[in-house]
Design a protein around this ligand. Sequence first.
Ligand SMILES: Cc1cc2nc3c(=O)[nH]c(=O)nc-3n(C[C@H](O)[C@H](O)[C@H](O)COP(=O)(O)OP(=O)(O)OC[C@H]3O[C@@H](n4cnc5c(N)ncnc54)[C@H](O)[C@@H]3O)c2cc1C
Length: 434
Amino acid sequence: MTTWTNWSRLETARPTREATPPDADAVVAEVRRALESGSTVKMVGTGHSFTAISAPEATMLRPDRLLGIVSVDRDAMTVTARAGTPLKVLNAELERLGLSLHNMGDIAEQTLAGAISTGTHGTGGTAAGLAAQVVGLELVTGTGELLRATPEENADILDVARVGLGALGVLTTITFRVEPLFVLEAVEAPYGWDEGLASYDEITASADHVDMYWFPHTDRLQIKQNFRRGTDLSVRKPLSRTQLLLDDRFLQNTVFGAATAVLNRLPAAIPRFNRLGARLLSDRTYSDVAHRVFVAERDVVFREMEYAVPRAAGLDVLRECRRALDASDLRISFPVEIRVARADDIPLSTAGGRDSFYLAFHTHRDAEHRDYFGLLEPILRAHDGRPHWGKVHTRTAADLAPAYPRFEEFLALRDRLDPQRVFANAYLRRVLGD
Ligand SMILES: Cc1cc2nc3c(=O)[nH]c(=O)nc-3n(C[C@H](O)[C@H](O)[C@H](O)COP(=O)(O)OP(=O)(O)OC[C@H]3O[C@@H](n4cnc5c(N)ncnc54)[C@H](O)[C@@H]3O)c2cc1C
């Protein structure tokens, strides 16, 4: 039997059985089989969660045959796709149809089900995260039933299961709200710390999507502002392939990647390197269809912790994290990423019920991440922070419950849909309880 390993290589598992179901009936059969033997089933995505949230303990279901678009409803402006479809495949198919998702994160490798199940988000926009764009889903519950959940049918399940942590069922199809394919213009520019933080509220109010990076041990920020430029694709001014290769793939992944690998052994050089790195990222403006601007390639393997704090507290939390890092003897070579999202109405979404400010901390895969994350997690937690379900954190059910006003509602639905805990694993036992 193969060993399952996640993208960051932080987690591994040894499933005892493996299957690649081609349809919902095959998923039902797997769940019933596990129920009869008192065992467990875990559908994995592409393993892009840094946590062991998708680690299978007995049967591992692979998503590789649950692929592609099932239907398009142009009146309702919705698209239904099979749950194992990688986001990048959906993006390409939507582009061919002249359609687009509203907002997404900074990669598109993940499966649709994996992405929504952990509350994957981008920055800005009118819909908080990918799950907030979901208007229907089909799932196989822990009792082996295939259910459809829409605003008209099983609406209570749709409400909660959009961010289901893989604990409520195996998703087989997901229906997203879509819009006409649109052009996004990116304006990237360096800012000083004081200047960037002073104008941050104004920037996030005027741009549609804002991604800010702070280079630790420096006063330097890089801010990417994305503006929606309508549906006329002829106005696009994409980066040339050479610019793309040079600026993004080469600089951000190869140079920084190689450098951070070396810097792990030379931490004293990190502040100087970060100042240099921030200077190399210059001003640039380009535009393309939205998903090409939202998404980047990530070749360097890293570890990440990300927390959502209330939007209004965000800049102060960032300042507090900087003070703590400055006062420590840690040297961090990866930029800190800062994003914002509107509140949504999903019980376990990190943006559930409140506008949110996301702070993401990274280390190279060969660097020790525990000291860094351990230094900052108490600060984030003290500010009512909620950890990204797919990124490194140490929280447990007892201390996550007060962070989510609708936590009990989620647990009650879990009891109803998975009374025998067919979908349990160690991570879910930690964050949701037995
Ligand atoms: C390089 C990189 C960049 C990232 N960028 C962002 C970002 O910009 N924004 C952000 O918010 N996150 C980001 N993430 C995190 C990532 O989006 C999430 O961890 C996401 O869950 C990964 O999806 P996956 O397909 O790899 O799922 P996995 O990590 O394999 O699984 C995640 C969860 O989904 C469940 N699941 C998978 N398939 C099904 C199914 N069919 N039915 C029910 N449950 C299922 C699994 O059981 C598990 O509980 C990033 C991660 C990496 C490594």
